[in-house]
Write a protein that binds this ligand. Structure first.
Ligand SMILES: [Zn+2]
Length: 454
């Protein structure tokens, strides 16, 4: 099966930032076989199954989302004026009612929306496992299969409840042993390390204020024994900084370092409050960062020092974070937000539109350890491609299509290919019924809120 996309602008996001004002991409099966200027060779188009006239569009690598909590799709619009700790304290008792039906419906809706807005690969960090909730992680895996996105779920966990000095109520945490056993089970059941994999697992205890040092250490040992990546939240708010200094006598970064949680197999969500030495330590250890500008703004957490992290040599990707702290939850919006947040902090030259597109594509691929397979449009890479329409009312007349995409409003999506398969065509999800996903999500939210008396 050969597909030729031509007549469009192409931003390859390869090592030298190659772009074509008028170019082509050739896809054979699951992989890209050619990218270049002008139309594809007549011999290629002559034999192709599909030749797509993509005039008026911009082709980019599919976006890579490096931090999400899909279940939170069911609890959007709550705790609207709270900071992180207040927001969590409001939401934990609601999340206590999660089960596999609610999580499956929320995840399918969240994944469907990611696909509709140009994302081809996404992580998920699921860390709430109510005792009678059933297989909530399996529900997210099934949802990713239904929607057709490349999925990097992480088996999250919490074992530090309020009675032991943590933030979450005891009702939503597991024992350390149950968390580790669940993690091992998830890796056995779902992890696929093969080339071109559609599902790779990671290990992800939640945060310094909801996880014991024992679980952090043992989860890292388990992940390293199995050769999978490690993920957690770190240095998101000043409250967390105060918590770490009072409970552990050091900054969040020093805390992670002491537990063996910095390294080239680790990516950390947020790192808003990491300065100077901390940034250098992240860079030296090869630790990657998932930058979530909208969530940080929604919770008033602060402006992450992205320009400084990049300058120090840290691999940075973008994340939408959970839908309860980013109701919009589309990664293309994070490209825009990343530029705005970086410039609010560091002035107009702090981050360019192309820098932001790099964070959302090849940067995210590096964060997930898959830069050899995804994140740029180059022969041999997986055919994960977003084709944005930039000739409509919102974008026509903006002659730089990358500026139109990143600085302008979210463009319509002409096509989304994941491993060469069409997932979205002209803003319509082809893999599943988007209206059915919306109905299921609404029913799930109502059921969950009713359980907590809302
Ligand atoms: Zn998060």
């Amino acid at each position: 099966m050969t597909t030729v996309i031509q007549g469009c602008a192409v931003a390859t996001m390869d090592g030298t930032g190659t772009e074509y004002a008028d170019g082509h991409v050739v896809v054979e099966g699951a992989r890209i076989t050619a990218v270049g200027p002008g139309p594809a060779a007549p011999t290629v188009t002559g034999d192709a199954d599909t030749v797509l006239d993509a005039r008026g569009c911009l082709a980019t690598p599919g976006l890579v989302n490096t931090h999400h909590h899909l279940y939170q799709w069911a609890t959007r619009g709550l705790a609207q004026q709270d900071d992180l700790f207040g927001w969590l304290t409001t939401l934990y008792p609601v999340w206590e009612g999660l089960d596999e039906d609610v999580v499956g419906a929320a995840a399918a809706a969240g994944l469907g929306w990611l696909a509709r807005t140009g994302c081809t690969s996404t992580t998920d960090h699921h860390y709430v496992y109510p005792r009678d909730g059933g297989d909530v992680l399996g529900a997210t895996v099934a949802a990713a299969r239904e929607v057709g996105l490349r999925f990097h779920p992480t088996r999250g966990s919490m074992d530090l409840g309020q009675s032991r000095g943590g933030l979450p109520p005891d009702s939503v945490v597991e024992t350390t042993e149950a968390a580790l056993a669940g993690t091992l089970r998830a890796l056995d059941e779902h992890h696929d390390p093969s080339p071109g994999s559609m599902l790779r697992m990671g290990v992800a205890p939640c945060s310094p204020f909801s996880v014991t040092e024992d679980l952090m250490r043992e989860a890292a040992a388990l992940a390293r024994e199995r050769g999978v990546r490690l993920h957690t939240h770190l240095a998101e708010t000043l409250d967390e900084d105060v918590y770490c200094r009072s409970h552990y006598g050091c900054s969040p970064t020093e805390y992670a370092d002491g537990l063996g949680w910095l390294g080239d197999d680790v990516w950390l969500a947020h790192c808003v409050h990491v300065e100077g030495e901390g940034a250098k330590r992240l860079a030296d250890s090869g630790t990657a960062v998932a930058h979530c500008p909208t969530s940080n703004a929604r919770l008033g957490a602060g402006l992450a020092p992205v320009a400084a992290l990049l300058e120090a040599g840290v691999a940075v990707g973008l994340g939408v974070d959970g839908a309860a702290s980013n109701e919009e939850s589309s990664l293309v919006t994070e490209l825009h937000a990343a530029v705005m947040v970086a410039r609010l902090r560091g002035g107009p030259a702090a981050l360019t539109a192309r820098d932001a597109l790099a964070l959302g594509t090849i940067g995210g691929a590096r964060v997930l350890g898959r830069e050899d397979e995804i994140g740029s449009l180059e022969p041999g890479k997986l055919a994960d491609i977003a084709l944005w329409r930039v000739d409509g009312l919102a974008h026509a007349g903006c002659e730089d299509p990358v500026a139109a995409l990143v600085l302008g409003s979210r463009p319509p999506l002409a096509r989304l290919l994941v491993g060469g398969a069409t997932v979205v065509e002209d803003d319509v999800l082809l893999t599943t019924d988007e209206h059915a996903l919306a109905r299921r999500a609404a029913i799930a939210t109502r059921a969950l809120l009713a359980r907590s008396g809302r």
